[in-house]
Design a protein around this ligand. Structure first.
Ligand code: EPZ
Length: 424
C-alpha cells in the first residue's frame, strides 16, 4: 500500500488547477443509462471512485472508453449494449454511491438488483429515502440477502415526493428515475448542491423539462420511457477539492491561486475563511487567497448546501488547531465523522469531543508522526496538519484519499510542498 511522506512546509507559492467534481461525476455517469446515444463526459477527475463506477457500468454491459491523460480526462459511455441489471456486492461495497444506478436502471429496464451499500466509516448511510420514493413511483421493492430487488412492472409513474431529510444522492436518484417516468414528479425538500444542479441542467438540456432547478422543489416532466439524446458536457469544478487547497494555503500562511474553480459554489467556505482572517481576490474562474499570519478561531455547524458543507468539516478542524483561540465545530449530518480527531491528537492537537461537537483549543504546535487515514476527507485533514507539523509525517492508508483527490501530491509539489508517495 502507498503512503504519503510530508515534511513541514515553508510558505507555498503558485497555482493549483482544480479538477472536475467527483460528486457531480458520479450521478452524471449513472445518467448515461438514460441515453440512447453514446455520452461524452469531459473534465472527469482521475480518481478511484470514478473508475469504480465506470467499471460497474462496464460489468453491466455498457461500453466505457476513457482517455484520462490525453485530452482533458474525457470518457464516452455507450449504454445501448447494457443488458445486465444487477450491481453486485463486490463493487457496491467499495463505493456506496453505486446506489445511483438504481433509479436509472429501474426507469429504463423496469427491474434492477443493487447490493445494499451498507454503511461506511462515517456512518450508517441508509438509503431508505431512495427506496420509499421509488415505491411511491410504483416500484415494488424487496430486500433479500443484502440486495435491493426492485421491479416496476407498469413502469414508474410521476408523483409528489417529500423527502423527510435532504439527501444528495437520493435527490439525484429520484430525478433520474423521474426523467423517464410517465407524468410529472415533484420532489419537495430536494438537495440544492451544485452537483445536483448540474445533473438537472444536463437532463433539462436533453429533453427532460425540470422546473425549480437549484431550489428545494423540483418538478420533473418525465418522457414516459423515451430515452434521451445527451450532448457532450464538462463536469463542474470540485468545490471540496478547492476548499481543501484553500485550507492548505490558510494553514501554511501561503498565498495561492486556484484556477478552473467556481467561487460561487464556495460561499460558506470562503465566508468562514474570511472570519478566520483570510482575504480573497476572486474572478470568474480563479480564487487567490491572501492568508493572515494570525488565524482567528471559528464556530462551524455543518448543514446542507448552501450552508457549510460536512465534506469540509475535517479540513477546517485541522486548520482550527492552528487558530489563536478556541473553535467549536458541530457535525450535524453524519454520526461518526470525527475519526480524524484521534490522529490529530496524536500529532499534538488539543481537541475534545462531546457527542457531535468538537472543541479545538488552538495555538498548539503539531509534531510529525505516523498517522492513519480513515475516510476520504479525514485523509485530507491529516495532509493539512502534516504541512505545518514539525518534522516528518507519514500518512498511511491513502487509498481513502485516492478515492476523491486527483493528483494531490503533484498539485502540492507544484506549489512547493515537500510531499512524496512511497510504498509501505
Ligand atoms: C453525498 O452523500 C456525498 N456523496 C457525500 O460526500 C456528502 O458528505 C453527503 O452527500 C452530504 O453532503 C456523493 O455525492 C457521492 P445524503 P449522500 O444522502 O448522498 C441521511 C465525500 O466526502 N439519509 O445527502 O450519501 C444520511 O444518513 C462524500 O465526497 C437517510 O437517512 O448523503 C445523512 O445523515 C462523503 N436516508 C443525511 O441523510 C437516506 O435514504 C445526508 O445524506 C439517505 C440519506
Amino acid at each position: 500500500m502507498d503512503y504519503l511522506q510530508i515534511k513541514k512546509a515553508s510558505p507555498l507559492h503558485g497555482e493549483i488547477k482544480i479538477s472536475g467534481a467527483k460528486n457531480a461525476s458520479l450521478p452524471l455517469i449513472a445518467m448515461a443509462i438514460l441515453a440512447k446515444n453514446s455520452v461524452e463526459i469531459r473534465n472527469l477527475p482521475n480518481v478511484a471512485d470514478i473508475k469504480t463506477l465506470l467499471k460497474l457500468l462496464s460489468n453491466l454491459g455498457a461500453k466505457c472508453s476513457s482517455a484520462w491523460a490525453e485530452n482533458n480526462n474525457v470518457t464516452t459511455i455507450d449504454t445501448s449494449s447494457l443488458t445486465q441489471t444487477k450491481a453486485t456486492y463486490d463493487i457496491v461495497r467499495t463505493m456506496r454511491a453505486s446506489i445511483l444506478v438504481l433509479g436509472p436502471i429501474l426507469a429504463r429496464f423496469g427491474h434492477c438488483e443493487v447490493s445494499l451499500p451498507g454503511g461506511c466509516a462515517i456512518g450508517q448511510r441508509p438509503v431508505d429515502l431512495h427506496l420509499k420514493a421509488l415505491e411511491q413511483m410504483g416500484a415494488v421493492i424487496n430486500i433479500e440477502a443484502g440486495y435491493i430487488h426492485a421491479i416496476a412492472p407498469n413502469g414508474l409513474k410521476g408523483c409528489d415526493i417529500i423527502f423527510d431529510k435532504i439527501t444528495v444522492t437520493g435527490t439525484a436518484n429520484i430525478v433520474m428515475a423521474a426523467a423517464l417516468a410517465d407524468g410529472i414528479t415533484t420532489i419537495t425538500n430536494a438537495a440544492r448542491e451544485p452537483e445536483v444542479v448540474q445533473l438537472c441542467e444536463i437532463l433539462n438540456a436533453s429533453g427532460v423539462q425540470i422546473d425549480g432547478i437549484a431550489t428545494a422543489v423540483l418538478k420533473i416532466h418525465g418522457t414516459n420511457g423515451r430515452l434521451l439524446h445527451i450532448e457532450p458536457f464538462s463536469i463542474i469544478p470540485d468545490r471540496i477539492e478547492a476548499g481543501t487547497y484553500l485550507c492548505a494555503a490558510a494553514i501554511t500562511r501561503s498565498e495561492l491561486t486556484l484556477t478552473d474553480v467556481n467561487a460561487g459554489h464556495l460561499g460558506a467556505v470562503i465566508s468562514k475563511l474570511q472570519e478566520m482572517g483570510s482575504k480573497f481576490t476572486i474572478t470568474d474562474n480563479t480564487i487567490t487567497i491572501h492568508p493572515s499570519e494570525v488565524i482567528k478561531p471559528v464556530k462551524i455547524v455543518t448543514q446542507e448546501y448552501p450552508a457549510f458543507p460536512t465534506d469540509m468539516q475535517a479540513q477546517f478542524l485541522a486548520l482550527a488547531t492552528q487558530a489563536d483561540g478556541t473553535s467549536i465545530i458541530e457535525e450535524r449530518l453524519f454520526e461518526n465523522r470525527f475519526m480524524h480527531v484521534s490522529e490529530l491528537q496524536r500529532m499534538g492537537a488539543n481537541i475534545s469531543l462531546n457527542g457531535h461537537v468538537a472543541t479545538i483549543n488552538g495555538g498548539t504546535k503539531l509534531s510529525g508522526t505516523d498517522v492513519m487515514a480513515t475516510d476520504l476527507r479525514a485523509s485530507s485533514a491529516l495532509v493539512l496538519a502534516a504541512l505545518v507539523a514539525d518534522g516528518i509525517t507519514d500518512v498511511h492508508r491513502i487509498y481513502h484519499l485516492d478515492r476523491g483527490y486527483d493528483s494531490l501530491e503533484q498539485k502540492l509539489q507544484n506549489v512547493g510542498a515537500d510531499i512524496k508517495r512511497l510504498k509501505e
